[in-house]
Design a protein around this ligand. Structure first.
Ligand SMILES: Cc1cc2nc3c(=O)[nH]c(=O)nc-3n(C[C@H](O)[C@H](O)[C@H](O)COP(=O)(O)OP(=O)(O)OC[C@H]3O[C@@H](n4cnc5c(N)ncnc54)[C@H](O)[C@@H]3O)c2cc1C
Length: 404
């Protein structure tokens, strides 16, 4: 027997949870399918930006969010090979309600969205529910098939939203064409126990010619080390000692754990940057990384995914409730959100080229002196990268019906 719902959202990440919550607040019957049993994946980004904080406020969820342990980052600081700290972006110069980026475990952020959703009568989150295929009525997408703990199901819906991330199975099954951009590096992803506090940073830390992304968590630090694309096997063959030394130098309070690091603890993450030229088919819309996979550079993907989720729900709630939804409505969502994705990806590609050179040469981060002097002399310049990274293009607001 096929089940039925108004909208099925595939993927309980930032894009899917936000879309599901806002649609449910409009009174649309929503089912979110999440293939994992919990949100505890350690390779989710942890940054929550000023625009998302404002959205949480509008949704009446800011206090809950503020109660979870988090760090506030007001200046984006890069640490160079020589140990110098360079403030590249200054969020305190922004005219926004929350002039800082928070670093909070994404599983806590998603738990708040899930709990808010579950307070809505029209919302249902199915965990351990993995999308397997699309259901079609002729050329129209009419829902999904998924595998749950109790077997295979068919769920029919007026709209299917693909929010299943950068490896989106939905977009693959839909046959939507993807344009992929070259990314010059991959990430080694590992955690190290710490014996003291670690300074929070969104920008890389350079040590022994390597660049590290550093995410402090309670009792340990989550680290990403940028390596040239495709170099994983050769670097592993050369031995782990250089990585241990560089990680210990980057985070001295993790030196003891770094000395015990083994290759089995180091996961290779394939960094991708791509986008769909068309985000929709009749009955199907892709959002978040499923429409435009973001790299970790700048820590902007979560924010963009959240904004896509809000915009899609705000624009599609009415036609879904009235039963008038057409592909034109889906195209309007893409028109509204694509420019923000394209703009941010362009920015990431510029940063990729610069970082790619640093990673390939293996000399570490040492920005030109002229740039450092300029930032020193004209601190107001720090507002420009702050705006680009922390606010971005076309921030979205909660529609009236979703405000609490
Ligand atoms: C290593 C790394 C670090 C990053 N760090 C940051 C950062 O610090 N800040 C930042 O803003 N961005 C960061 N990004 C980018 C960011 O993670 C993404 O842009 C963002 O998570 C996109 O959100 P999403 O909801 O579209 O997709 P996702 O967060 O990928 O969520 C997709 C969800 O769909 C579920 N799913 C997948 N397949 C299925 C299926 N078949 N059936 C059901 N469910 C399924 C997944 O389990 C997941 O919960 C990072 C990216 C990488 C690779």
């Amino acid at each position: 027997m096929a089940e039925r719902t108004g909208c099925v959202v595939v993927g309980g990440g930032p894009a899917g949870m936000m879309a599901g919550l806002v649609l449910a607040r409009a009174g649309v019957e929503v089912t979110v399918l999440e293939k994992h049993g919990d949100f505890l994946r350690d390779f989710r980004g942890d940054t929550v930006h000023p625009t998302t904080l404002e959205l949480l406020d509008e949704l009446g969820l800011f206090e809950e969010f503020a109660a979870i342990p988090h760090a506030k980052i007001r200046r984006l600081v890069a640490r160079t090979e020589g140990g110098q700290r360079i403030a590249v972006a200054d969020l305190t110069r922004l005219k926004v309600r929350y002039p800082y980026i928070t670093l909070a475990p994404q599983w806590d952020f998603l738990t708040i969205l899930a709990a808010a959703g579950e307070r809505e009568p029209m919302f249902r989150l199915l965990r351990n529910a993995e999308f397997t295929d699309l259901v079609r009525d002729g050329s129209r997408v009419a829902g999904v098939r998924y595998r749950g703990p109790d077997g295979d199901h068919e769920l029919r819906a007026d709209l299917t939203i693909a929010a299943d991330g950068r490896w989106s199975r939905v977009r693959e099954r839909a046959g939507l064409a993807v344009t992929a951009f070259r990314v010059p590096f991959d990430l080694w992803w590992f955690r190290l126990d710490t014996s003291g506090a670690v300074e929070e940073s969104v920008l890389p830390t350079s040590a022994d010619g390597r660049l590290f992304v550093v995410i402090p968590r309670a009792g340990y630090v989550q680290m990403g080390c940028l390596i040239p694309k495709g170099a994983d096997a050769a670097l592993r063959a050369a031995g782990i000692e250089p990585l241990r030394r560089a990680a210990a130098k980057a985070i001295p309070v993790a030196a003891e754990a770094a000395s015990r690091l083994a290759w089995g603890d180091v996961k290779l993450l394939d960094v991708r940057l791509d986008r769909l030229s068309r985000w929709h088919l009749d009955g199907l819309l892709c959002i978040g990384d499923a429409a435009h996979a973001m790299s970790p550079v700048g820590g902007v993907g979560v924010n963009l995914a959240v904004q896509d989720g809000v915009a899609a729900a705000a624009m599609l709630a009415r036609p879904l409730l009235d039963g008038t939804l057409t592909e034109r409505d889906l195209a309007a969502v893409q028109r509204r959100r694509a420019s923000a994705a394209v703009f941010t990806q362009r920015l990431q590609r510029v940063l990729h080229r610069a970082l790619g050179r640093v990673v390939t040469r293996g000399e570490g981060l040492e920005p030109p002196r002229s740039l450092v002097r300029l930032l020193d002399r004209l601190p107001a310049l720090g507002a420009i990268p702050a705006r680009l990274l922390a606010v971005g293009r076309r921030p979205e607001h909660a529609p009236d019906f979703a405000r609490r």
